[in-house]
Ligand binder design. Structure first.
Ligand SMILES: Cc1cc2nc3c(=O)[nH]c(=O)nc-3n(C[C@H](O)[C@H](O)[C@H](O)COP(=O)(O)OP(=O)(O)OC[C@H]3O[C@@H](n4cnc5c(N)ncnc54)[C@H](O)[C@@H]3O)c2cc1C
Ligand code: FES
Length: 274
């Protein structure tokens, strides 16, 4: 696509819609034009006449016929997107942004750490690792949610946890007596893991406060700031580095991110967006 095309939403059809959680849905959209996507990138999805929002790819980026996005209905645009039925038309611009450092991380151990809906932007990285398992060392997925009812992609997590070379640890903030798993926020899992911090790349996605505490726990465990990658969220309009809505210090989250090394964002994490 030319950069000029990236300003204009292209109408694509919804192919399928699946409910994941109470207010979270996965839409499979038709893939027009054989664009290529990297794990960690996002598209701008436009509900005609309502508005446009950034949504990460949550499916396997090697799929050539469809694009998968998982959407939580929180406001006017995301609610209408999540309600889209098969055959409805959505405007799509993209892909935008940096991806997870899949090539740079080859040969290293991986810590994939997600909070809540943050598992959606990490899922393409997981598909990539599983397709190229021999390129990575030990792989550990840490996932935290508020309660057992908020666990996203539950069936897949169970499937991945049965793989011999893929460790999955799930924790919830609170649970009833029928929950047999761990309780506590996700950063508390980090000191319980045995891993080589000098040979580990961490990819983290979740609410900003969770990422701040997770990065701090990773540092305490000896992982270098340059080896910790966070996927940042900021309000966006153009997604092309022109409007300044997503500006974060001197960084434009839409084009320099959303995936950024902690070394680049550590001083900015508490800044409010505008
Ligand atoms: C790079 C990037 C990738 C993203 N990927 C995804 C994704 O894969 N799936 C997804 O569902 N969302 C994702 N988001 C967030 C999504 O863009 C926003 O939820 C969306 O813009 C909300 O727009 P709205 O018009 O529906 O609601 P708004 O009117 O913008 O917001 C309505 C209310 O919800 C609150 N709100 C806004 N965003 C969130 C949020 N993320 N979580 C909780 N409350 C929120 C607002 O503060 C406000 O109170 C991503 C954002 C970025 C920047
Ligand atoms: S969204 Fe316009 S500069 Fe990033």
């Amino acid at each position: 696509m030319t950069s000029q095309d990236l300003w204009v939403p292209e109408p694509v059809r919804v192919l399928s819609r699946k409910q994941e959680l109470e207010s979270t849905w996965t839409l499979e959209l038709e893939q027009v034009g054989k664009r290529s996507f990297l794990p960690g990138q996002f598209n701008m999805l436009y509900v005609f006449g309502v508005g446009e929002v950034p949504i990460s790819l949550s499916g396997d980026t090697s799929l050539t016929e469809s694009l998968v996005h998982t959407i939580r209905a929180v406001g006017p645009v995301s609610s209408q997107l999540a309600a889209m039925q098969p055959m409805a038309a959505v405007g799509l611009r993209g892909p935008f942004g940096t991806g997870w450092p899949m090539a740079a991380a080859e040969g290293s151990d991986l810590l994939l750490i997600a909070g809540g809906l943050g598992l959606a932007p990490l899922r393409p990285a997981i598909y990539h690792v599983l397709r190229n398992r021999e390129r990575y060392g030990r792989v550990v997925l840490l996932y935290g949610t508020r309660s057992p009812d908020d666990i996203l992609y539950r069936d897949q997590l169970e499937e991945w946890s049965r793989l011999p070379d893929f460790d999955v640890h799930i924790t919830v903030d609170h649970a009833g007596s029928d929950w047999q798993g761990k309780v506590g926020v996700v950063p508390t899992l980090i000191p319980t893991l045995a891993f080589d911090p000098e040979d580990t790349v961490a990819m983290v996605c979740g609410p900003e406060i969770m990422m701040r505490f997770t990065a701090s726990a990773l540092r305490d465990a000896g992982v270098e700031d340059e080896a910790i990658y966070l996927s940042m969220e900021r309000n966006m309009k153009c997604a092309l580095g022109h409007c300044g809505h997503c500006q974060f210090g001197s960084t434009f989250v839409c084009k320099d991110g959303p995936v950024l090394p902690f070394s680049k964002v550590r001083g900015l994490l508490s800044l409010k967006e505008f």
